[in-house]
Design a protein around this ligand. Sequence first.
Ligand SMILES: Cc1ncc(COP(=O)(O)O)c(C=O)c1O
Length: 384
Amino acid sequence: MDLFFSDFAANLGGPKNPLYLLHDRLKTEGRRVVDLVRGNVNEHGIVYPPDILAGILKEAAAAARIYRPDSLGQLPAREAIARYYAGLDISAGHVLLTPGTSVSYWYCFKLLAENGDEILCPQPSYPLFDYIARLAGLNMTHYRLDESRNWAIDLDHLESQITAGTRAIILISPHNPTGMVADDEQLRGLADIARRHALPIISDEVFSEFLLDLEAFPRIASTNAPLVFTLNGFSKMFALPGIKIGWMAISGDEHLVKKSVAALDLISDTFLPVNEIAQFAVAEIFTQGKLFLDEYRNYINRCRSEALAALQGLSFSPPRGGFYITLRTDRDEEQLAAALLERDGILVHPGYFYDIAPDHLVTTFIDEPGLVGEHFEKISRQLR
Ligand SMILES: Cc1ncc(COP(=O)(O)O)c(C=O)c1O
């Protein structure tokens, strides 16, 4: 029987990418493949200390025993998040808990745009936003990150991409997959554009705890941008993707913040989607996770140093934050990714997966320290 499905459901799938066909063949032949794509630290033993987490969750379950939902999220959790942004003008009343950054994007899209409207996002881009925008009935438009300036935001290009249908600008800093971290000057420029065109900024900061050689992290929320949604969560910050805790912190002109919070409160009330036990665990996960976060950062720094040492002499923009590196090559990127997989058993992505002009490779440096250097020696050999 045939029945009606949405365009999205009707047009699922499509042929599998040749790189993944090769990947599947190697796996059926029993070859070991090193995945330098996923960047999942849990797979390498980086986990929030289980004993501490068990204690926190036990207390949280007791606190959550009687269901008294708060559509913005339980107050102790929002207070802890507001403390995390100490120095910025963010109070607990301007924080909304969500089940993750991806859902925060969805809420922002539903708050700010109507079907067919445009959201301006960086190019290169992490494919997630395209899917979320499509599900929300929106179109993605793109502004350039300039590789010749360490992938800095091309503010002139950004402004030229704004149309009458643009409803928000996405900022991703640290950026996935280039590792760019926007500096204060760029953020001030972006804030001026946002004010000139009366546009909100959705600021994705999920990698903000993982910076290289930066004393302080520049935040768009400390500029004069009219309305900012700062997105983050425990997925990357505490290596706890499964706990499904994310949030948005809303800042900017008072009347815009107030209007946003009121609407988000209602959107969230419609679903009440965040696990209550997880909500009551938020404050203690922050407090008791400090030592772990230091160790976790050291681990990331060791991995990154090994990767960068092996890539020395090659021309590329070293990442300033996050878990990924984007490398340039003179060879065809698809052939090179296939050669790395077939010869060296290393899975990396060609740049076009991220909307990067040819020819680039995108790779994470997350693996066991000690092995990262070996993998990147192999990548480096192929690139030279
Ligand atoms: C830049 C960026 N934003 C958001 C996400 C998704 O975050 P969450 O797991 O909180 O939904 C990812 C996941 O890798 C990401 O790379």
